[in-house]
Design a protein around this ligand. Structure first.
Ligand SMILES: [Zn+2]
Length: 233
C-alpha cells in the first residue's frame, strides 16, 4: 500500500498549496458532502476505499436521486479526485459509492493525461483544496489493448486516437511487447507512470513533497468490483 502522509495533527486546517491561489470557494465555509474525511490524504483515501467496500459488499448507502443532488447544490467541497478510463464498465461514482459533491471525476481513454486533464486536477487540488488524487486503471482496458495492437502491427491510428496510443506506448514497451502478459503488465505500468507524471506536475509537486497532497494508483477488477491500490513500483 502506498505510503500516505499522516497529517492528522494538521487535520482540520485547509491546506494552502504552494504557488496556488485561494480564490475558489470559501474554505470550510459550508458543510459539503466531501469533508467527512477531515482533509488529509490518508483520511481521504480511507473514505474512498470504504466506499468501494460498501459497493463490493452490495451495501451502498448513496442513491443517485434528486434529493442527493439538492443536498449538494451549495458550494462544492469534494475530498478526492479520481482519474479513470472511459470504459462503460467502470462508473467511478458507483464503484466508490459516492454521492453528489463528494468526489471529482475525470475520465479519458486509458486515463491518458493531456493539458485539460492536468489543468482540471490542478484546479481541484489548488482551488478546492482536495488532498487526494487517485489514478484508476482497470483490467482488460481497451485503450491499452489498442496500443499493444498498434505497436505489434506498426499501424498507428489516425486522428486524436493516436494521442492515446502514443501516451500509453511507453508502458507497453516497458512491459515487453513479446511478453504473453503484456497487457496486464502494461496496464499496471501505465497507472504507475501516470501517477509519477502527476506527482511531478509543476503545481502539484510542492504539495506532494510536503505531504499535503497524495497521488496514488489503483486497479479495478471488472468482475469483483474491487479496487486494489498499486504500490509505486
Ligand atoms: Zn480502459
Amino acid at each position: 500500500m502506498p505510503k500516505i502522509p499522516d497529517l492528522a495533527r494538521a487535520g482540520r486546517r485547509r491546506a494552502k498549496l504552494d504557488g496556488m491561489g485561494s480564490s475558489g470557494a470559501p474554505m470550510g465555509a459550508t458543510s459539503g458532502q466531501g469533508r467527512q474525511a477531515g482533509g488529509t490524504p490518508r483520511a481521504a483515501l480511507a473514505d474512498l476505499l470504504a466506499g468501494n467496500r460498501r459497493f463490493v459488499s452490495g451495501q451502498p448507502v448513496h442513491g443517485h436521486d434528486v434529493t442527493a443532488a439538492a443536498a449538494a447544490s451549495g458550494d462544492q467541497q469534494p475530498y478526492a479526485v479520481v482519474l479513470g478510463c472511459i470504459d462503460s464498465r467502470v462508473p467511478l461514482e458507483a464503484i466508490f459509492d459516492q454521492t453528489f459533491g463528494a468526489i471529482c471525476v475525470i475520465r479519458t481513454g486509458g486515463h491518458v493525461l493531456d493539458r485539460a486533464v492536468c489543468g482540471s486536477i490542478e484546479y481541484v487540488v489548488g482551488q478546492l483544496g482536495v488532498p487526494l488524487v487517485m489514478v484508476l486503471g482497470h483490467e482488460r482496458c481497451g485503450a491499452v489493448q489498442a496500443t499493444v495492437e498498434a505497436l505489434r502491427t506498426g499501424q498507428r491510428p489516425g486522428g486524436s486516437l493516436a494521442h492515446l496510443v502514443d501516451e500509453i506506448a511507453p508502458a507497453v514497451t516497458e512491459a515487453g511487447l513479446d511478453d504473453p502478459a503484456v497487457q496486464p503488465l502494461a496496464i499496471r505500468r501505465h497507472v504507475r507512470r501516470t501517477v509519477r507524471t502527476l506527482r511531478e506536475d509543476y503545481l502539484l509537486a510542492g504539495p506532494v513533497a510536503a505531504g499535503r497532497v497524495a497521488v496514488v494508483g489503483g486497479l479495478y477488477d471488472l468482475a469483483t468490483g474491487e479496487v486494489a491500490l498499486l504500490d509505486p513500483g
